[in-house]
Design a protein around this ligand. Structure first.
Ligand code: ZN
Length: 202
């Protein structure tokens, strides 16, 4: 199983990191060892001093597919959640400055947190409200209607390069409001007001 992640898919977030908007989706990957399922606390790795949360809508691929047209993309997933794309921002910034790949900053163990999955039948994924609270305070307040590339377009684009397999995950990018975590923080993710994710940071 693999995790396909999208960068810079919300204009306000791209702006807050000083990134230009790309015409095509920005894609990176995390390995299966990055998955974290809320069984334990998230431990900040010792090699970074600046881990950021990024709350994102995540879809679970349930069919094998390659070169999927956007109009058929909804047939390739039935469940979704929100997840956190934990990012070692200090390491990422150093790698970006040198033009090097981001994997050490983005794909490390526990860096892909998943909430509880919900049925797509019960929600409108083109106009979905999702939120992250840190220690009870609202820090990210997103809506999928603000995506630069919608979920169907992301599936169409990414499946030109990578065969989608059952069990793969697609992280669809974060809205603005990203920020650091420190030991002791508690992160809670919400979909349309329903809590689906809870992570303690250590
Ligand atoms: Zn992200």
């Amino acid at each position: 199983m693999k995790i396909i992640c999208i960068g810079r898919n919300y204009a306000a977030h791209a702006a807050e990191l000083g990134n230009e908007l790309a015409a095509e989706p920005v894609i990176f990957m995390k390995p299966d060892s990055a998955v974290f399922r809320q069984r334990d606390a998230f431990y900040i790795p010792e090699w970074t001093n600046d881990v950021h949360y990024e709350l994102e809508v995540v879809v679970l691929i349930n069919r094998l597919g390659k070169n999927i047209e956007a109009k058929f993309a909804p047939k390739y997933f039935a469940e979704f959640t929100v997840g956190i794309d934990f990012t070692a921002r200090d390491v990422q910034s150093a790698l970006k400055a040198k033009g090097l790949p981001w994997e050490k900053a983005k794909a490390f163990d526990q860096s892909a947190v998943l909430g509880d999955f919900l049925s797509v039948d019960d929600f409108d994924l083109s106009n979905l409200h999702f939120q992250l609270k840190k220690n009870g305070e609202l820090v990210q307040d997103g809506n999928t209607s603000l995506m630069l590339h919608n979920i169907a377009q992301l599936i169409e684009h990414s499946s030109q390069y990578f065969t989608l397999k059952i069990g793969d995950l697609l992280f669809t990018g974060t809205p603005d409001g990203v920020g650091p975590v420190v030991s002791g923080d508690v992160l809670e993710g919400f979909i349309e007001g329903k809590k689906v994710l809870n992570v303690k940071v250590r």
